[in-house]
Ligand binder design. Structure first.
Ligand code: EPU
Length: 416
């Protein structure tokens, strides 16, 4: 299993190009199931989760062609309406094939995703929503069996805001008979990116970017071209890195208009930023200031940045409190940061952090994607050498992170 070896204490200096967003690319690839036409997708990031999704889609009969960051899909010859356990168990986003397969072919068999390191993450809202659209759904032997003659538009209010739940129902509704109203819809920019692609494919969607999506079903969708939105979480992760190590970096290919919550907190930390339309120049000198926050749905502070900001807080000049409201078990990085000398206490869903003057390198273990990124940041700020084990989590969602970081001066190598 690959590990990362990081020698801390290096300032970061140079340019980093941000990749396409994982959480936009995954649903957008699934939209390839909705049409017999060609979908040409650019700015698709090189990620393990993208590979897994392409493997899952290819086994349905979807034609997949990948050249660098461009993926071309063609769904004219889909013949297997199934997502097997072997693939779904490695990536929960596989559930996103359910809505499209059902809507276009009237049938799907998708493994139930199992447990997850950050929370139980049920998919009951996806299932209830599809039932409201007229699907007959049974669960047997760990599989969701869904069928319908033709989905019918309905008014659906999910019990909580769910990102992939909104995406699954949105994709399904594009091919349903009549009007669907999705209330309490997720407003994440990645949902908006998917909706924009669906419109380019001929879907009729109003309220894009709001919590109320109104979809008029159409008989068929056609091919389209689309560039995947820039990854706001990757960009903010690198900004946290420079906030922790000090330095001067320029991020390219960013979407600064969708990062307000993170940028506001980074300013409070003391990061000085010049924000352009698609670039951010960030400079940091001196010790970070502590920031307290609570995670919430977009446009609030993203749960996917909680761990990385906590890494900065561990070495800040004062105390902070971080509350996680989206997932019930997303503090797995805390024990590992404490192994590096951090002073973090957990009480329920709130972590209290007392900033320490220095962290010290130690062997640590990555437990999930964003926890891994937070350990990379902590290790870069620590004195001495840190070895991070189980780095495959990082490869799922960051495009060659150690390559991008060593290009701007970090001392980071992959041990195979
Ligand atoms: N929930 C339910 N029932 C459902 C759906 C969700 O109870 O049917 C609960 C979840 O357990 C959770 C909350 O609702 O407590 C919100 O979950 P959501 O469905 O929004 O999460 P998700 O769609 O499974 C996506 C991202 C996550 C990100 C969350 C929250 C993708 C592929 N994944 O997950 O990304 O943390 O939204 O923003 O888009 C990551 O990139 O590291 C990551 C985990």
């Amino acid at each position: 299993m690959d590990k990362l070896q990081i020698v801390g204490g290096k300032r970061l200096d140079g340019d980093i190009t941000i990749s396409g967003a994982k959480n936009a690319a995954l649903p957008i690839l699934c939209a390839g199931l909705l049409t017999a036409g060609d979908l040409v997708l650019t700015n698709v990031p090189h990620l393990h989760d993208v590979k897994t999704m392409l493997k899952l889609l290819a086994q349905t009969g979807l034609a997949v062609k990948q050249e660098g960051e461009t993926v071309t899909l063609n769904g004219a010859a889909i013949d297997t309406l199934e997502a097997p356990y072997e693939l779904v168990k490695t990536m929960r986003a596989s559930i996103l094939v359910l809505g499209p397969l059902l809507a276009r072919f009237g049938q799907a068999k998708v493994s139930l995703p199992g447990g997850c390191a950050i929370g139980s993450r049920p998919v009951d809202q996806h299932i209830k929503g599809l039932e409201a659209l007229g699907a007959e759904i049974t669960i047997e032997g760990g599989y969701i069996y869904a069928k319908c003659a033709k989905l019918k538009g309905a008014s659906i209010r999910t019990e909580m805001i769910t990102v992939t739940g909104t995406e699954n129902l949105l994709m399904a509704a594009t091919l349903a008979d009549g009007e669907t109203i999705l209330e309490n819809a997720a407003q994440e920019p990645e949902v908006t990116d998917l909706a924009n692609l669906l419109v380019a494919m001929g879907a009729k969607i109003d309220g894009i970017g709001t919590g109320r999506l109104v979809i008029q079903g159409v008989a068929a969708l056609h091919g389209a071209s689309h560039a995947v939105i820039s990854d706001r979480i990757e960009a903010a992760t690198f900004l946290c890195a420079v906030a922790a190590t000090g330095g001067d970096i320029l991020l390219r290919n960013t979407r600064t208009d969708i990062m307000d919550a993170a940028l506001d907190k980074l300013r409070d930390i003391g990061l000085v930023m010049e924000v352009g339309a698609d670039t951010i120049r960030a400079t940091m000198n001196g010790r970070p200031r502590p920031v307290s926050f609570s995670t919430t749905e977009y446009p609030g502070f993203p749960t996917d940045m909680q761990a990385q900001f906590m890494a900065v807080n561990t070495i800040a000049g004062g105390a902070s409190r971080v509350t996680e409201t989206i997932f019930e078990n997303r503090f797995m990085h805390v024990q590992e940061m404490n192994r590096l000398g951090a002073a973090i206490r957990i009480d329920g869903n709130t972590a209290s952090i007392s900033g320490v003057a220095r962290l010290r390198g130690a062997p640590v273990m990555a437990t999930d994607l964003r926890a891994s990124a937070s350990l990379v940041i902590a290790a870069m700020a620590a004195d001495g050498t840190t070895i991070i084990d189980r780095i495959y989590h990082l490869d799922r969602g960051y495009d060659r992170m150690e390559v991008k970081l060593s290009a701007v001066g970090a001392d980071i190598v992959r041990l195979q």
